[in-house]
Design a protein. Sequence first.
Length: 422
Amino acid sequence: MAEAYIIDAVRTPRGIGKQGKGALAEQHPQHLAATVLKAIKDRNHLDTSTVDDVIWSVSTQDGLQAGDMGRMASLDAGYDITSSGTTLDRFCGGGITSVNLAAAQVMSGMEDCIVAGGTEMMSLTAQMSKEKMQAGLKPPMMGAYNQRLQKVHPQSHQGICGDAIATMEGFTREELDEVGYRSQQRAAEAIAAGHFEKSIIPVVDDDGNVLLDHDEYPRPQTTREGLAQLEPAFTKIADVPLDANGTTFRSLINQKYPDVEIKNFHHAGNSSGVVDGAAAVLVTSADYGRKHGLKPRARIVATANMGDDPTLMLNAPVPAAKKVLEKAGLTKDDIDLYEINEAFAVVAAKFVRDLGLDWDKVNVNGGSIALGHPIGATGSILIGTVIDELERRGGRYGLVTMCAAGGMAPAIIVERVDDYVD
């Protein structure tokens, strides 16, 4: 079986995902995708007629994000018309999955050069969700599941799931606030030290004016005292009737876990930020890389997918990490750096606790609580982040995983390299 290599990884800055507030909020989502696709092309002098496919992740494929963004954005980026494109949805996990599928294609020998990545304009999707709710339509997550499935696998709002897990696992509000505080402090330190500069591609308008060249969401002024004063975010929504039967997000969890009295722990300071962004990763075979004079930055060691309880939704990252470690023939101690998406503080806290990890190896440049979580793009962003940091530290292995709706988690292990090994 052939090896798959990561040649380059880039991302946009993450802009605040609110219309009227975020620097990217008025852009077409294809423009963000085209920005990183063009950067991959230009930085690597890529002959796009040799790109076999563009595999793209978009979670909310509706409105301006509908259609096949992998194809349309690559055309917008000036790729040759012979370079095909496709778009997938694994909710939050799509940005990892796009890279994993690219690796599988290359390792199988079916393809030689693929650009993978993802985009999410949460300023756009939030507005679409608001409009649907005002029109009397079901909340987005409720619309994805019919009543028959809900009776078998009740699926709630992800924030309520986070609170339920924190309640069941015995985490305190103080412990979860510490995850949020740590994320902000580490992100601030990373930004000040220029740790993201290698990967960030400024977003410009059609006239070449810079719209955003830095992450817009972080709040470096965050304090523990300030976090302690924030009101829980999901108290009210937990009990809003969702249908004529009085079903609520809380009752959906209690259908399966009737004895759990859900406490409210999560708020804006210990949950992932709502942002806009895109990322792209160039994956090739060794033969292609050598032929085109490309230097590899990482080898894809192993990938995995894992399902877990869809009612609690957020618990698959730990078994996913164990599965991908087993596939790679590695132990947790072999991994130099971990990136676990901070969808909610409890996800990262449980990941570290259950695997017996040291925080010194986990999310060392902060995470989505500080930097934001552009759903379909985040996984690709984290892969680039861990490669950048492995290079800075001289580390060898990095593991990236994240929870996804439906109770899923993809995972990937990469090895830092500076040459091809096959």
